[in-house]
Design a protein around this ligand. Structure first.
Ligand code: NAD
Length: 317
């Protein structure tokens, strides 16, 4: 049993990590400004004794106060500005949250004597256009969006805290994460959006030909990777966490039809013009995470999509 603090713990992925920690009996504090996260995501955890500190990671004093109150031994840092389009429209705001906010969390962690911090980055946005598929960590990041740039910068600060202070930091670069609690009404997350549309009896809207690929990774597997990274003091630097396989948007539509037992005509895609600046291909080489963290991608696309549909159905009663 240990004492954890999860920044962004009221969000989609963070709240799944919080639940896993609470389930195994750990003490958990959450630091979140509820800008995109929701208190309801923490209903079970708060009832079980987890504590929510409502604070903005851009506010160094508030972050410090939360750390002083929680006294964590380990930190999962997920709080972030995650909207790629917004990052391009307002790169200074994006950097304020993702870079300066991360520095505030690292400073508070250092002052509190935190043993280990697991940072969150993006395998989908950090590498930019590359022909190396699946992409290993050795490919030089050349992000196209400010979001990938700020996440890369935050990674470098985590590595710097390890170098200068000997703080145990490690970064996980996720693929395109999906699963329970991702917002079907949000901008991010094609699987959640399409799952919502399938349950509404509406057609999926595909921008472009639907052949663009992503490394769709189930949130339960992401949680497992986080717990493994926290438990492994030898893990340093950055690890890809994904499936190592490419799935197209059309594959997602097929998986949803299969999981939802839906006839092809009832869920036929409607195509709209491709959006500017979208990557054509993305998948992550996860050899390093497999060899050093014992990470395995346990969940197939159809299984994960089925769990996502089940969650949205349950939420809607
Ligand atoms: P999310 O929006 O559900 O979670 C982000 C959380 O951070 C929210 O609870 C939000 O309220 C909180 N937050 C945002 N700004 C904050 C601030 N200034 N101060 C305090 N809290 C703040 O999104 P998510 O998909 O769960 O993302 C979690 C992490 O995973 C992020 O770091 C994101 O960059 C990373 N990530 C996500 C994906 C994905 O596919 N969803 C892929 C790669 C990396």
């Amino acid at each position: 049993m240990a004492n954890y603090l999860v920044t962004g713990g009221a969000g989609f992925i963070g709240s799944n990590i919080v639940d896993a920690l609470v389930a195994r009996g750990d003490d958990v504090a959450v630091l979140d400004d509820l800008s995109s996260g929701r208190r309801e995501n923490l209903a079970g955890a708060l009832a079980a004794g987890a504590v929510l500190h409502e604070a903005d990671i851009r506010d160094a004093a508030a972050v410090r106060a939360a750390f002083d109150a929680a006294r964590p031994e380990l930190v999962f840092h997920l709080a972030a500005q995650i909207d790629v389009r917004k990052s391009i429209d307002d790169p200074a705001f994006d950097a304020g949250v993702n870079v300066v906010g991360t520095i505030n969390v690292l400073e508070a962690a250092r002052a509190a004597g935190v043993a280990r911090l697991v940072n969150t980055s993006t395998g989908g946005a950090i590498y930019g256009e590359t022909d190396v598929m699946p992409t290993p960590e050795t490919v030089t990041p050349l992000p196209m969006a400010a979001y990938g740039q700020s996440k890369q910068c935050a990674e470098l600060y985590c590595a710097w805290y390890a170098r200068l202070y000997g703080m145990g930091t490690v970064t996980l670069r996720y693929g395109n994460v999906y699963g329970p609690r991702q917002d079907p009404a949000g901008e991010a997350g094609v699987i959640a959006i399409f799952a919502g549309r399938l349950l509404d009896g509406r057609h999926p809207v595909i921008f472009g030909d639907g052949l663009a690929t992503r490394d769709y990774t189930f949130v339960g597997d992401i949680v497992a990777a986080n717990l493994a990274a926290a438990a492994n003091p030898g893990a340093t630097g950055s690890y890809n966490v994904g499936t190592g396989t490419e799935s197209s948007v059309l594959d997602v539509v097929d998986a949803l039809r299969e999981a939802g037992d839906t006839a092809p005509d009832a869920f036929a895609p409607v195509h709209e013009p491709a959006r500017m600046g979208e990557l054509q291909r993305s998948s992550l080489d996860v050899t390093r995470a497999r060899d050093e963290l014992g990470f395995t991608t346990g969940t197939t696309l159809v299984e994960g999509v089925r769990a996502t549909l089940g969650h949205i159905r349950a939420q809607r009663g």
